[in-house]
Write a protein that binds this ligand. Structure first.
Ligand SMILES: NC(=O)c1ccc[n+]([C@@H]2O[C@H](COP(=O)([O-])OP(=O)(O)OC[C@H]3O[C@@H](n4cnc5c(N)ncnc54)[C@H](O)[C@@H]3O)[C@@H](O)[C@H]2O)c1
Length: 342
């Protein structure tokens, strides 16, 4: 790249509102353009952030604006077609999670990025929490030793996103695709993205279907994933279940240390001079040293474009997550473990 500022677009202005805020705050953005087919939302977000260049039509935006980069913050069904459209129009793309509804779609997106010679990044934003970055630093410094088990979940008592069109066609799945992907990616990233070998899972619709008999997605899913390096991952995701309430939790066990990421409880568990030690990680500090300020995921995307470096959340990682999701749903259907290919 021979300039240090970019022309950036955001399409989809619900969760895309956060993308707009980050791009406005970034010194790397020369011009910001927004798009939503809902005129009222377009006006609301345009007025809120003072963005003048507004489109209701994505193709018109791509044609007229000659953008360097685009954030795709659209329903899951549109991730593949609109990412490919943007790549073919010469844009780098930051696509919301999940990468796609299926691994087959994700593969097409990765191939399109390669063909176009453009960057494609998946918006796995949970990695960018300062405490999660600090934990990744511990792992990368070898403080956990050999990691052999991870348990990760995002569960809700009642929290079905009823504002979505809740169909298989639109979403590609239920809480597994919506919430599970975040926690699975976070655990996989912390553990160095081990290669999955076997998946055994199931998906249920036991709570939501009582009130909405036409509900066609799962309201809870659970899986065990065995990695080629022998590590086991346990994954759980629900929109509705008889639990105490919303919980996000990840636990990682290694030969030298463990991690707990659970709301305000963030611990590094280890042994120092033969004694068990619980080291609390607090936002804003880490031991005696202040935590380094963490980049927003959007700035990390822009930096990768400007410096021509690999994006931090790669299409290959997004594809691995989609392959695991496919295997969980296949296992749920067949009742048998699924051996991953490749
Ligand atoms: N990273 C996160 O933490 C996070 C959080 C929530 C949602 N998401 C993901 O973001 C994506 C969008 O989620 P959402 O909650 O904003 O969805 P939403 O359905 O609430 O909003 C989508 C927006 O896109 C617009 N839109 C739809 N089709 C369009 C088209 N063809 N052209 C232009 N605009 C169009 C809609 O009018 C709407 O404003 C999903 O893939 C979801 O999984 C990520």
């Amino acid at each position: 790249m021979n300039h240090d500022k970019l022309r950036v677009g955001v399409v989809g202005l619900m969760v895309g509102d956060g993308h707009v805020s980050d791009y406005i705050a970034s010194a790397s953005v020369e011009e910001l353009v927004i798009c939503d087919m809902n005129q009222q939302r377009l006006k609301e977000i345009g007025d809120k952030h003072g963005v003048k260049r507004r489109y209701a039509d994505f193709v018109e935006m791509l044609d007229k604006e000659k953008l360097d980069a685009v954030s795709i913050a659209l329903p899951n069904k549109l991730h593949m077609p609109m990412t490919i459209q943007a790549l073919e129009a010469g844009c780098h793309v930051l696509c919301e999670k999940p990468m796609a509804r299926t691994a087959a779609e994700a593969e097409k997106m990765a191939a399109a990025a390669k063909r176009a010679g453009k960057k494609l990044m998946i918006n796995f934003n949970q990695r960018f929490h300062p405490l999660h970055q600090a934990m990744k630093g511990l792992v990368d410094a070898g403080k956990l030793g050999e990691i052999y088990f991870a348990r990760t979940l995002w569960r809700r008592r009642r929290g079905v996103p009823r504002w979505y069109t809740l169909t298989q066609d639109n979403c590609g799945g239920g809480p597994l695709v919506d919430l599970g992907v975040h926690r699975l990616d976070l655990a996989m990233w912390l553990c160095g993205y081990p290669e999955p070998e076997w998946v055994l899972g199931n998906a249920y619709s036991k709570v939501e279907a009582q009130e909405f008999p036409d509900f066609e997605l799962e309201d809870m899913a659970a899986a065990m994933i065995r990695m080629k390096n022998g590590a086991m991952f346990d994954l759980e995701a629900s929109w509705a279940s008889h639990c105490e309430g919303e919980a996000l939790s990840t636990r990682i066990f290694g030969s030298k240390g463990g991690l707990v990421l659970e709301g305000s409880k963030n611990l590094f568990l280890t042994e120092i001079d033969g004694k068990l030690a619980n080291i609390e990680l607090v936002e804003g500090e880490f031991g005696n040293a202040p935590l380094a300020p963490t980049l927003t995921i959007r700035q990390a995307f822009l930096d990768a474009i400007l410096n021509d470096t690999e994006v931090p959340c790669t299409p290959a990682q997004g594809l691995t997550i989609n392959k695991i999701l496919d295997a969980i749903y296949r296992s749920a259907k067949t009742g048998a473990p699924v051996k991953m290919e490749g």
